[in-house]
Design a protein around this ligand. Sequence first.
Ligand code: PLP
Length: 378
Amino acid sequence: MNIETVCIHGEGRKTDYTGAVCTPIYQSSTFAHPGVGRSTGYDYTRAQNPTREHLEKKLAALEGGHGALAFSSGMSAVGALVELLSPGDHVIASDDLYGGTIRLFDRVLTKNGGSVTYLDTGDIDALAAALRPETRLVFVETPTNPMMRVTDIRAVAELLRGRGITLAVDNTFLTPYYCRPLELGADVVIHSGTKYLGGHNDTLAGFLVVKDEELEAKLRYTEMTTGAVLAPFDSFLIERGIKTLALRMDKSSENALALALWLEKQPRVKKVYYVGLPSHPDIAVSRAQAGGFGAMISFEVDSAETARAVLERVELIYYAESLGGVETLITYPLLQTHADVPEEQRLERGITDRLLRLSVGIEHIADIIADLENALAV
Ligand SMILES: *Cc1c(COP(=O)(O)O)cnc(C)c1O
């Protein structure tokens, strides 16, 4: 089946005894046993729930994984992955990561005796040079947040082959509609389902999708033990969101390209970071591994005053954290997503007081442009 169809039907069209076209919300924390030593397959919702299971199967089918696990947020999904590490283990991660993931690595992983090296995972030689005998995990985000740099997933997988190192890719920005890292050689895919998968800025969720059965079992055990599972109603909302993923990704990406081209021509805009721009250095790598460029744009304006004015003058676009929903949002990485990243590290990466980030929604492009045009007219 084609991916648009999998978004709607998962592994295949199914109904229960009622013929319900949509997955029922099994709002039950526990399930009665038919007899001693017998189970319906469901015992207690922390271990598994039919609504969550249905969603997990859909995610696994979309990413081409052996299995998927749904968590209460993207961060709890990353947290479960970090739980697999032991004191002394070493992690290599993209240096332009989501701020929350940096916080988890710097504060939790390190406290528990692990260590982390940040580098540009798009630079294969630098990555090869940083590998150590105790390296257990390479964590790649692509495109990165907020600088939109791209890592060649196939090349990293090739480098790590046979070394016993897990390659994890945060695929939140592109979703399986555009990119399927497991098919490119990754071992684990991470999602903040809060973003494009849910798609409506109304639910928090996270996922790990894995290729290997043994790794899946370890992660399931961790999730069941630590307990950050996705609730039945939230599972229903995310599953419903995924039904329109293809339409939303196409529309928001089309809007994003038009907006990026328009932004490049504005006198107050000094630089535009969008993977789909012909001027983007990684456009070829992106084309080779993804079917689209997504709808995230960062741009630098001429001064910190202009940046603040834009945030205060937008009327249609919300000045709000998060991304991947139908509404266009604008954020100020300096004060929001990357507020906890040390200043030196931030500036090195180009996250200045002039940088703004847009998550382009599915409104009419003319209305989004009109709003930004007005906001930039300071
Ligand atoms: C939002 C986000 C996360 C964290 O997900 P939550 O659902 O907010 O916990 C992780 N990675 C990326 C790329 C994100 O955008």
